[in-house]
Design a protein around this ligand. Sequence first.
Ligand code: CS2
Length: 491
Amino acid sequence: MTLRLTNATVERLPDDIERPGYDRSAVQPGVVHLGIGAFHRAHQAVVFDDLLARGDRRWGIRAASLRSPATRDAMAPQDGLYGLVVRNGPEERVRVIGSVRDVLVAPENPAALVETLAAPETHIVTLTVTEKGYKLDPATGALIEADAEVASDLAGPDTPKTAPGFLVAALARRRERGLAPFTAISCDNLPENGRRLEAAVLAMAGRRDPALRDWIAEKGAFPQTMVDRIVPATDEEDIKRLAARTGLLDRAMVKTEPFTQWVIEDRFAGERPNFDAVGVQMTADVAPWETAKLRLLNGAHSGIAYLGALAGVEFVDRFVATRAGSAFVETLWDEAEAALVPPAELDIAAYRRALMARFANRALGHRTRQIAMDGSQKLPQRLVASLMARQEMGLASPMTSLAIAAWMRWQAGRGDDGTRHAVDDPLADRTAAAWAAAADPDDAARRLLALDAIFPPVLAQSPAAGEIARWLGDLVRSGAAATLTAAVRDQ
Ligand code: CS2
């Protein structure tokens, strides 16, 4: 049987594998992370590991899963250690990350997580709870008070279930104890993620105690961020391959690309690490970075996901390896770029070239189906925002409309070859009901565009609505591959 990666076995790793060069037992837990999935382990946890390696011991992480025990069960037997596998075509580098101290499973013991967040040594709380984890209406950003978990947090604020609920419970306790608030850093791909998190927290806190709300509004900090690194889900094959290379079994490994970027608004409530020293960009204005990334990288990703998954193209790299696939992405970017005001330092042409090379990385195995999930939460900031901005400029958006129509088609639950797929999306019931009631693709487009959690009401009255409906008709009649080929030919 292969030995497990642990504090005791880490020294047996082959010499070409980097490992924590600091004394893990001396690390203080200054960070609490909510939502420890693969993205956190490949992104923020690596930055905190870099800080620890530089000798600043304040930034160990106590992480939490808000749902399942799976990550805790993988990491606990490994003393929190895991391998970061960075793949670039045929090259592969492995580094063992030591910044995660332990993992709490919130539903097993919500009080323990509240207490950890309220501890005096907690200075920073980072979050990767996915778009839907904020419990906000995707189009407007308002707290969804009708959501069952939000309602439960409002009724029983000391045993929360949601991310904003945990923050409010912990901030209330900090205030009672005379402690400063922590800085809460959203690391999800939401537009204005810091403002939205703040709004969710203030809305919940206000229902509990208006004085608490005012205290958080005055003393708290919710910086905006832009986070970027492509982190495909790990599969059993990846785990086997790593064990063959290292001689140790690692069930918490993550695989990723070389590229990584974190831009943070310089707005902190208390202690902060020397982020600049480890490559994090601190800035006064994150919005232009975030908008460019959401509309170019994530917008293309979602278009690739729906068109690719419908057509049976399993991986992002396979999609952009086809002439039609790369032409679609370039044209979508032309459309998005025309309505963008990028950061002054960003060379968009170079950014686009680098993005295409990242998508083409064959060693990642990034599944179109992984990106296809939760489309209702992603579409507004990734695709609809570009479309609306162009419309205001009097411009049509054929490829952006095609991407939106492909999402609509995906929500019907069948691929082009007729095979059924599960629609993994918090609004899946509503989109299924729209399809069930629709007489034809035109009618389906109309019913789906009426979902005001996703689309602004003016869109349904605009020329783009007709264009989306036409694409949807083509997708239903001819399938995604043929529609895509014709679409790029006609450009
Ligand atoms: C992807 C993102 O799954 C998705 O929705 O578009 O996770 C994407 O890989 C990251 O935002 C890259 O930074």
